[in-house]
Design a protein around this ligand. Structure first.
Ligand code: HEM
Length: 500
């Protein structure tokens, strides 16, 4: 017996050694990207826990090159800091980099990867992306987007016109953008002071504030099962609250759904399910369970809300600091639109104003570090090997501050996007990538650009935006977390341009 057990132990020990040797050899086979030294298992704590991670990473890439390797606890992160390696990974390598890594927080947020944003590359993800994309594109047809924006924005502008003292634009823009997405998703137009909308917005703010600062449970996943932190418990409570609201909205829609009548985004999803039902497409139907559809709605609202409201806030911040640029936009709006309502068609003739929005998206970093990708197979980028299962993060902030593409990157300069005739150049500077690229490119890009521009045009057509007396037009950037930068709290005064 003893001999047998010794033999078993010997065999097990030998097997473990063989496995370790195999693992080490396998790792040595790879030519991994370079990166600074770190304490094993802890990793580059000072970098990944910093609110300035995007800047620290950009700085390190000057020493180590555009493809940088860091350790996040026991896992490897690769950060891409220059346009050519980003395009190689996301566009030229097709689906190699289109996966999403598993983090405890994303998993909790997405009911176990059942959403669009955080679920990895799979046939189910593809199907949901396709139907969500189709539903969003409906808003680009005819004058639907134009009317939705007009109906929503003007009531906020009317309220702003009553402000006699300096006020925070943020208190308007957050609600303005949220009401917009609320109408798109749920088909309802609510009063601007609606308590339900305000409560949902507060919930979103709390959730993203938690997400932006990260969780210990992402670093040590088992912690959530053994001894979850107070921050984690709060996060789960917030997710639960949000999920209850979305479930109720979804249920209301299911109960009142009429085939062939499309009231909003939720109905578009229900119609896609109906089509699969009518066609007897069992494999598609399996992918259309209620949780997945509710998660898609949650993604559209949350992915669209913060990016859009932060972008608008940056736009007004820059306009208040650069009055000559603002005046040029207003002159252009007057010339192209006149005093009537701006239409979607007008947008293509508002080159200077559009260029200002593009420059806002470059300099106001609302997605500084992108949503992490994961390699779904062994692959390469920039001449380095990237093994399957590696987390890959795009440093959009570094791309947008690359002096090779943007001379004096700290300057706000709309002419970067315009040709000598003042028209938008046929293509953007290569390193301008606020919506990312490739298979996981932002699903809302084609909606977000005209929608935000439309809101900006309405705003500048109506108001002259100025800084309160005595406020210096400095540019400052408030670090929010994971590369996101926001304007510091600021106030403006507005003068109705239609009144003398
Ligand atoms: C200024 C506005 C916006 C910016 C800058 C922005 C930027 C981004 C970025 C950088 C990503 C990550 C892409 C990647 O993983 O490589 C993303 C993903 C996404 N965005 Fe946006 N976004 C904006 C507005 C919107 C809007 C309005 C919607 C929806 C109505 C939306 C829906 C999504 C979705 C669903 C994804 C996940 C795509 C996927 O994983 O396949 N976004 N966005």
């Amino acid at each position: 017996m003893i001999t047998l057990s010794l033999n078993t132990q010997t065999i097990l020990a030998s097997l473990s050694i063989c496995l370790m040797v195999y693992y080490v050899i396998k790792r040595m086979r790879f030519r991994l990207p370079p990166g600074p030294w770190c304490i094993p298992l802890v990793g580059h704590y000072q970098i990944y826990s910093s609110v300035e991670m995007h800047k620290k990473v950009a700085e390190l890439s000057k020493t180590y090159g555009p493809v940088l390797r860091l350790s996040y606890g026991s896992s490897t992160w690769v950060l891409l800091n220059e346009n050519d390696v980003v395009i190689e990974a996301l566009v030229k390598k097709k689906a190699d980099f289109a996966g999403r890594p598993e983090f405890s927080s994303d998993d909790a947020f997405s009911s176990g990867g059942k959403d669009l944003v955080f679920s990895t590359y799979s046939p189910t993800w593809k199907l949901h992306r396709k139907i969500a994309g189709k539903a969003l594109r409906l808003y680009l047809r005819g004058d639907l987007l134009e009317n939705t924006v007009q109906n929503n924005v003007n009531r906020f502008l009317d309220k702003m016109a009553l402000e006699e003292e300096p006020f925070a634009f943020k208190s308007y823009v957050d609600l303005m953008v949220f009401h917009q997405l609320y109408t798109i998703s749920f088909g309802e137009k609510r009063p601007i002071e609606d308590p339900e909308v305000k409560a949902l917005l507060k919930l979103d703010e709390e959730l993203i504030a938690e997400l932006a600062t990260g969780f210990l449970e992402d670093l040590v996943p088992h912690l959530k099962d053994i001894y979850p932190t107070a921050k984690w418990k709060k996060f789960l409570r917030l997710i639960d609250q949000l999920s209850k609201v979305l479930r109720a909205k979804y249920k209301e829609h299911v109960n009142t759904f009429q085939p062939g009548v499309n009231r909003d985004f939720i109905d578009s999803l229900l119609m896609a399910r109906q089509e699969a039902e009518n066609e007897g497409d069992v494999s598609a139907l399996e992918k259309f369970d209620d949780t997945r559809l509710i998660q898609t709605i949650s993604d559209i609202i949350l992915a669209g809300l913060d990016t859009s409201r932060f972008t608008m806030d940056w736009f007004v911040y820059f306009m208040s600091r650069f009055p000559e640029i603002q005046t040029k936009c207003q002159e252009e709006i007057e010339r192209v639109v006149g005093s009537g309502h701006p239409s979607i068609k007008d947008l293509s003739n508002l080159d200077y104003t559009e260029a200002c929005l593009f420059e806002t998206m470059r300099l106001g970093s609302v997605v500084g570090l992108g949503i992490p990708h994961m390699t779904i197979c062994d692959t390469q980028v920039g001449g380095y090997d990237i093994p399957k299962g590696t987390t890959v993060i795009i440093n959009h902030w570094a791309l947008h501050h690359d002096p090779k593409f943007f001379k004096d990157p700290e300057n706000f300069d709309p002419y970067r996007y315009l040709d000598e005739n003042g028209k938008m150049k046929p293509s953007r500077p290569d390193s301008w990538l606020p919506f990312s690229a490739g298979r996981r490119v932002c699903l809302g890009e084609s909606l977000a650009k005209p929608e935000i521009l439309m809101m900006c045009v309405n705003l500048l057509q109506r108001f002259e935006i100025r800084l309160p007396n005595g406020v210096k037009p400095n540019l400052e950037y408030k670090q929010y977390g994971f590369g996101t930068e926001l304007p510091p709290e600021y106030k403006i005064i507005v003068k109705d341009r239609n009144k003398n």
